[in-house]
Design a protein around this ligand. Structure first.
Ligand SMILES: Cc1ncc(COP(=O)(O)O)c(C=O)c1O
Length: 409
């Protein structure tokens, strides 16, 4: 009789992991108050309160609330004056908005490889790609794990480059005690529905630079000036404003974030310890300089050799059959995706750029290994579970390994 649930055996568990998003009476009450206030948008007091609280939470002086993480990235790039003819170095193991935000402002994304042990952008790869066109580095704090900000800040300083932090997965994450977002020049956060703090859709820009703050504020608010009159337009801005309903929900969600982050970190430590004992499973490397990790995702590395050569897709399928929703995560590097062809004229062949970029020649082995062979994800809500929930994850992997002969397709 088959043991693996994939082949008709009894699954390790049949109960769900904690659901996401979570809310209680406090969100309902906050929404009711926002409705009754009669101020539903155009920079009400809740948006301003959220900007102050969230910026301070991230150890930043200024915050600008926006409609999404994508908008936060795009406005940040525009605020820095990045555009035609500029290159921005980014990692390819990330959500597509990291690349499209650069393309939306008519700049060129240049892909650097990731570190095979941490999956964050590899500073050595960044350094090798700097040209006279490079204007900025856009590291992603992937899954909540800060990129190597010491190395990146030093490269940026030496080469006179800006740093835009894609912190869309990293609320409260810390690099040597400093919260991410405003360690570089400017940073972007997302509050989309899968995120650890959410209002359905939303985003935030943080910075310590007052001039950048004024520009980002203006760009998100139809080009207005924070000190100007209503129909005065100092920059070519758009409407990227958050509503009061989103801000009302986020102010309550923020109150839960510390306790939830502690729980995720505690469970992640437990999984690191247990999973590192399984042949063919490697958690990402711990770096002592990462003093806090939001664990938007728990990423671990899978070696098919230790599982009879089964692909990560097949392994994930077997895990899901056991009642453990494992995701294969990013399964293609961003430089291999079809969306790029829509930018082939502008900006990729832009006369202001004066060079021709050919992404078909890009080959970054660590990223390709992560996408095609080894990177697997558990989502943040699973890390809010109990020790027994974590033990089920471990037991399912062990069970699959013990019955590897049943894994064949
Ligand atoms: C790394 C990263 N960057 C950018 C974004 C874009 O955020 P949003 O979905 O809020 O536009 C996301 C969200 O999925 C993300 O994970």
């Amino acid at each position: 009789m088959a043991k693996l649930a994939l082949k008709g055996g009894k699954p390790i568990r049949d109960k769900p992991f904690p659901k996401w998003p979570v809310f209680d009476e406090r969100e309902l009450e906050a929404l009711r108050r926002a409705l009754e206030s009669g101020v539903w948008g155009v920079r009400g007091s809740l948006q301003r309160e959220l900007e102050k609280k969230f910026a301070s939470y991230q150890h930043a002086k200024f915050g600008v609330s926006v409609t999404s993480g994508t908008a936060a990235l795009e406005v940040s790039l525009r605020a820095l004056g990045i555009g035609c003819g500029n290159e921005v170095i980014i990692p390819p193991y990330t959500f597509m908005a990291t690349a499209t935000s650069v393309l939306y402002v008519n700049a060129i994304p240049v892909f650097a490889d990731i570190d095979p042990e941490t999956y964050t952008i590899d500073p050595k790869s960044v350094e090798s790609l700097i040209t006279d066109k490079t204007k900025a580095i856009l590291p992603v704090h992937i899954a909540g794990r800060p990129a190597d900000m010491d190395a990146l800040l030093s490269i940026a300083k030496k080469n006179d480059l800006y740093i835009i932090e894609d912190a869309c997965q990293a609320w409260g994450s810390e690099w040597r005690g400093r919260r991410v977002g405003a360690i570089g020049d400017i940073g972007a956060f997302s509050f989309q529905s899968s995120k650890n703090i959410t209002c359905g859709e939303g985003g935030m820009i943080v910075t310590n630079d007052e001039d950048l703050y004024v520009k980002a504020w203006s760009l998100h608010n139809c080009g207005r000036s924070p000190r100007g009159s209503w129909y005065e337009h100092i920059l070519p801005g758009g409407n990227y404003r958050m509503t009061e309903f989103q801000a009302a929900i986020l102010l309550v969600q923020l109150e839960r974030l510390d306790e939830q982050t502690e729980r995720r970190m505690d469970n992640a430590r437990y999984l690191d310890d247990k999973l590192s004992k399984i042949d063919g499973i490697k958690p990402l490397k711990r770096d002592e300089r990462v003093t806090r990790n939001s664990y938007h995702l728990y990423i671990f590395r899978y070696d098919p050799e230790a599982f009879g050569g089964a692909s990560k897709e097949r392994f994930a399928e077997a895990m899901r059959a056991e009642g453990i929703p494992v995701s294969i995560g990013y399964s293609r590097p961003l430089y291999k995706e079809e969306y790029l062809k829509y930018f082939s004229k502008c900006p990729l062949s832009c006369p202001y750029y004066g060079r021709k970029i050919d992404y078909s020649k890009v080959k970054l082995p660590n990223t390709e290994r992560a996408c095609y062979i080894e990177g697997l994800w558990l989502t943040q809500n699973m890390l809010l579970g109990s020790r027994e929930d974590m033990d089920d994850i471990v037991s399912a992997i062990e069970k699959i390994q013990e019955n590897v002969d049943e894994l064949g397709e």
